[in-house]
Design a protein around this ligand. Structure first.
Ligand code: PMP
Ligand code: GLU
Length: 433
């Protein structure tokens, strides 16, 4: 006779996890792949994954290190941490040493562990990346969402941050500032960063500066807020976006000297959970953080392509009366379909979730609803990850045939045709509303 469970597994779930689903980014990816398997044409603008291959010299470094089999130090391989300290100095003038660096299996895991070990509420602007808030909930932390406005490209305003902190100035808090932004593509000027740094200093905030898209700033001009608030900023980064290595799972945290206690607490949790990050990946990552002309060239052309596509998409969306900030870095757009509200309501579409579901069903275009990023469900925003093209081929063309030619619409039509076709389909769908 089959044994039956006496209690429902649901009842035995930790309260912090109960009712949570798998992360929206990963769900849309699996769903898109399933639809493709069933024969549907899907435009994969849901998951934010770099379309570009891992730079060849980094792949070669991994091939050379397949024999690395030992557990590595909890905080990470010394040589890699040294390379990252030098990388920080080279790119941002930040002085530090290997001691200030911690490596983890993805920056996502490091951000989670920080929220677990630090007993403070989480402050994030809305919209923010999908995982910060569920992580806070799992760790049992309170979340305060800071409102932003479309006019200011959904950016975190120093005044609003100050307003939230003023109500209880002594409360321990973690702020996550992510730029270039997922989901909006926005970035911050030096003067804006200085003001944010001023507020952070005033309230002694712990600032996680999520700079995972920093090298994909379209102009190559990323500035770290750690230059203005060094004592309280932890820089979060990794290989996933600029090196096209999301699946390698390698993330990095750079701590200031006076947050060593936090780094040590995180290392304790790491030592009791993931132990250390995969050894061959860490050895290969040393090459990624070193100064190599091949990597500079790879990044230069990756940025050109992303800038060109981002500008093109933003312009096409605006031609269709959709409001959207032009992305300044990374590979996301955050359009607002508000102008179509009445027509959409006529079709029973009242939320961003319903909007994305209907568009996926009727056109095959996969996107993520703004509500996954902390926006109100009724706001008709969504995130487009403009990454469904053959990154290897497009990069090769940009580096060779188009090295000295602009990556204009003809180039995009020829080499990113699926992306442009997705835009044509969306336009048709809007016209038929
Ligand atoms: N921050 C942001 C803004 C992201 O988009 C992602 C998604 N890759 C992460 C952090 C986590 O990246 P990873 O864990 O791959 O380092
Ligand atoms: N960060 C990516 C995104 O926003 C996906 C990877 C992930 O969520 O872990 O789509």
């Amino acid at each position: 006779m089959a044994k039956t469970l006496k209690t429902s597994p649901y009842v035995n779930l930790n309260l912090n996890v109960r009712g949570l689903n798998q992360s929206a980014t990963l769900q849309i990816n699996e769903r898109s792949n399933q639809l493709i398997k069933q024969g549907t044409t899907v435009y994969k603008l849901g998951l934010g994954q770099s379309p570009f291959p891992v730079p060849e010299i980094v792949q070669e470094a991994l091939r050379r290190n397949t024999h690395q089999k030992d557990y590595l130090p909890v905080k990470g391989l010394l040589k890699l941490r040294e390379a990252i300290a030098e990388f920080n100095y080279r790119h941002q003038g930040i002085e530090g040493s290997a001691d200030d660096i911690m490596i983890g299996p993805g920056s996502k895991e490091l951000i989670f562990i920080l929220q677990l070990v630090y007993y403070g509420e989480l402050i994030i602007p809305t919209p923010s990346w999908v995982s910060y808030s569920p992580q806070a909930r799992i760790a049992g932390r309170h979340v305060s969402w800071v409102p932003t406005s479309e006019e200011s490209e959904w950016k975190l305003s120093p005044e609003k941050l100050d307003l939230i902190c003023r109500s209880d100035p002594e409360r321990p808090r973690v702020v996550i500032l992510n730029y270039p932004s997922n989901p909006t593509g926005a970035t911050y000027s030096r003067s804006w960063l200085k003001k944010l740094a001023g507020v952070a200093r005033k309230y002694k905030l712990i600032l996680i500066s999520d700079e995972i898209y920093s090298l994909l700033d379209h102009e190559g001009n990323h500035v770290s807020i750690a230059q203005y608030y060094p004592e309280g900023t932890i820089i979060s980064s990794g290989l996933s976006k600029w090196a096209g290595a999301g699946g390698w799972r390698l993330g990095t945290f750079t701590f200031p000297e006076n947050l060593k206690w936090l780094q040590n607490a995180m290392a304790t949790v790491a030592s009791e959970t993931f132990t250390s990050t995969s050894a061959p990946i860490q050895y290969a990552a040393v090459t990624a953080f070193e100064d190599h002309p091949e990597i500079d060239e790879y990044l230069f052309h990756s940025r050109r392509i992303l800038k060109s596509l981002g500008n093109y998409f933003a312009a096409r969306l605006r031609e269709n009366y959709i409001t959207v900030p032009t992305p300044k870095g990374g590979f996301y757009l955050f359009p607002n379909f508000n102008i179509y509200r009445e027509k959409l309501a006529g079709r029973g579409i009242l939320t961003s979730f319903e909007l994305c579901e209907t568009i996926l069903r009727e056109t095959g275009i996969a996107m993520l609803p703004g509500m996954e990023f902390g926006r109100q469900p009724e706001e008709l925003t969504c995130r487009i990850a403009y990454v469904d093209f053959n990154g290897e081929e497009v990069l090769f063309k940009a580096m060779n045939e188009y090295k000295d030619r602009p990556l204009n619409t003809d180039f995009l039509r020829k080499h990113c045709s699926k992306m442009l076709y997705a835009m044509d389909k969306l336009e048709e769908w809007l016209l038929d509303l």
